[in-house]
Design a protein around this ligand. Structure first.
Ligand code: SF4
Length: 460
C-alpha cells in the first residue's frame, strides 16, 4: 500500500465558503490555468482572446448555488483562496452582462488582456460518462476558432485538484510510512512514539518545515477556526441566496446562557459554535476546511467549546489537531472526503470522526480509544446522503454540522466507557464500508440536488 504523503495543511487550509470542492478547488484550477497561459503568444492581431469554462457533474448541477463560476473567475483574476476578499468574490458575475478583463503574461513583457463574462461559463448537462471524476472542469483559451490552450481539471474533494495527464508532485517518503489505521498503530507499537509524534515527524519530512513552524501553523489554523466561530456568533440576519434562511447560532448561544439544565446548556453551546462557523461558510466567508468547507463547522465547534469552556492548553489543542489530521488522511486515502463521490458521510461524517479523535486525544485518551471514538462517530453517519436544497450549502448542511459536533462528543463518551480490547469494528473497516456505501449510492444523492431533501423541500 502507498504511504500517506498528504500534509496537515492541505487538509486544514483557509479559503472562501461555501464548498471546498466547488469553490476552493475551482479557484485553484483557474489559478493553474492562468499560470499555464504564461508565455503563450497569440498571433492574430486585433482578434480578442476568450476563455471558455465547461463545468460537469455536480459542479454544473449545484455550481451556481456553490459559487463555482465566481471562484473560477476569481482564480483567473489571480485571486488566492487564502487571501482573496470574500465579499468581492461574492459580487463577481452578479451582473451577468459585466465584462471582466483577465490579464496574463505573454512572456514578452506585455500583459495580454482577455474579456470574460458570464457567457463564457457553460454549465453542461450530462457528459460525465467518460470522465474519470464527475466534478470536472475544462478550460479553453482561444483566439477566434484557434484553440491555444486546453486543460481538464478534476475537483476531488476538500479543495484537492488533479489535472488530466499531469503527474502529482512527488513528495518525500515519510519516515513512518502507513496507509491505514492498522499500519499506523503498528508503527506506534514498534517505535514507542505517540500519535502526535508520528504525524509531526512525517509532516516535517513531507514539507521540510521544522516542528516550531508546524506548531505555529497549527496555532494559526486553530485561531482561524475560532475567528469563524466568533464572527458567526456576532452576526444575525438572513443568509445570502433565495432560500431566505435565518442565521441561528447567535440565538442558540443566548438560549444556552439562560438554561438551568447544565447538559442542555452544554449541548446548546456546542450546537451554537458549530453552526456559527457553518453559517459563515454558507455566507461565503473565510473558513478552514476540516476536511471540507461544507463540514467546516464541526471541528471549530468542538475546539471552541474545549478551549473556552474547559480551558484546554495550547499543547492539547495542537495534539488534538494532529489526531484529527490522521483520521482525515486515512479517510481520504482509503475512501473519499467528497460529497460528490460518497455523499455527506465523506464530509460531515468524516469531520465528526476527526472531531471525536480530536476530543479523545486532546483529553489524553489512549490510541485505542482515539480510534474507537473515530470509528463510532463515522459508523453512525454511514450512508448519509448529500442533497443540498437549491444547491446552496445551507439546508441540511448547517444543522448537520451541529449534529456532527454533538455526535463527536457522544462518540467520545461511548469510547471512554468501552473496553478497547473488546471493540468489534475497526476504523479501517468503517472507512472501507463508507467507500462501498458511497459507490452503491445513487448519484442523485451525491451533491447533485436531484434527490432527497433537495427535491422534497419544494417550499424552500
Ligand atoms: S449535504 Fe453535506 S456534503 Fe452535501 S453540501 Fe451539505 S455539507 Fe456538503
Amino acid at each position: 500500500m502507498d504511504s500517506i504523503t498528504t500534509s496537515i495543511f492541505d487538509i486544514f487550509k483557509t479559503g472562501p465558503g461555501p464548498s471546498s470542492s466547488h469553490t476552493i478547488g475551482p479557484m485553484k484550477a483557474a489559478l493553474l490555468f492562468q499560470d499555464a497561459m504564461t508565455g503563450l503568444s497569440p498571433d492574430t492581431p486585433g482578434q480578442s482572446l476568450e476563455i471558455d469554462v465547461h463545468l460537469f457533474g455536480s459542479l454544473s448541477l449545484t455550481g451556481k448555488g456553490h459559487g463555482t463560476h465566481k471562484a473560477i473567475l476569481g482564480g483567473l483574476l489571480g485571486w488566492e483562496p487564502a487571501t482573496c476578499d470574500c465579499d468581492l468574490l461574492y459580487q463577481l458575475l452578479e451582473d451577468p452582462d459585466k465584462i471582466y478583463e483577465i490579464g496574463f503574461n505573454t512572456g514578452t513583457n506585455k500583459t495580454g488582456q482577455i474579456k470574460f463574462s458570464s457567457r463564457h461559463i457553460h454549465f453542461e448537462e450530462g457528459g460525465t460518462e467518460n470522465l474519470p471524476f464527475s466534478n470536472t472542469m475544462q478550460l479553453k483559451l482561444r483566439q477566434g476558432n484557434r484553440l491555444l490552450l486546453e486543460k481538464e481539471y478534476y475537483s476531488i474533494g476538500g479543495g484537492f485538484i488533479k489535472c488530466k495527464g499531469e503527474q502529482e508532485e512527488k513528495k518525500e517518503r515519510p519516515p513512518h510510512a502507513y496507509g491505514n489505521m492498522n499500519q499506523l498503530r503498528k508503527i506506534m507499537q514498534k517505535t514507542g512514539l505517540t500519535l502526535s509524534q508520528v504525524i509531526l515527524e512525517n509532516e516535517q519530512a513531507i514539507t521540510g518545515k521544522s516542528e516550531v513552524q508546524i506548531h505555529e501553523n497549527l496555532d494559526k489554523i486553530i485561531g482561524a477556526m475560532c475567528t469563524s466561530v466568533e464572527k458567526g456568533l456576532s452576526t444575525g440576519g438572513i443568509l445570502p441566496g433565495p432560500i431566505g434562511l435565518s442565521r441561528k447560532a447567535k440565538v442558540l448561544l443566548e438560549n444556552s446562557l439562560k438554561m438551568k439544565w447544565e447538559t442542555g446548556s452544554f449541548m446548546a453551546k456546542l450546537n451554537a459554535y458549530a453552526m456559527a462557523a457553518s453559517e459563515e461558510n454558507a455566507a461565503g466567508q473565510r473558513v478552514v476546511t476540516a476536511p471540507t468547507s461544507g463540514s467546516a463547522g464541526v471541528i471549530p465547534g468542538v475546539i471552541y467549546l474545549l478551549k473556552h469552556q474547559y480551558h484546554l492548553s495550547r499543547k492539547q489543542l495542537r495534539e488534538g489537531m494532529l489526531a484529527a489530521a490522521a483520521i482525515a488522511f486515512i479517510a481520504k486515502k482509503n475512501a473519499s472526503i467528497s460529497g460528490a463521490e460518497v455523499g455527506c458521510q465523506g464530509e460531515v461524517g468524516v469531520a465528526s470522526s476527526m472531531a471525536a479523535a480530536f476530543m479523545t486525544y486532546a483529553l489524553e485518551g489512549p490510541m485505542r480509544k482515539v480510534e474507537n471514538a473515530a470509528e463510532i462517530a463515522l459508523e453512525h453517519q454511514l450512508g448519509m446522503t448529500c442533497d443540498p436544497v437549491g444547491g446552496y450549502v445551507q439546508i441540511p448542511c448547517i444543522e448537520r454540522n451541529a449534529v456532527g459536533a454533538v455526535t463527536a462528543a457522544n462518540a467520545y463518551i461511548l469510547a471512554e466507557a468501552g473496553d478497547p480490547a473488546r471493540h468489534k469494528i475497526t476504523f479501517d473497516e468503517v472507512v472501507e464500508t463508507m467507500m462501498k456505501t458511497g459507490q452503491d449510492m445513487c448519484s442523485r444523492y451525491k451533491e447533485t440536488s436531484l434527490g432527497g431533501l433537495a427535491v422534497c423541500c419544494v417550499s424552500c
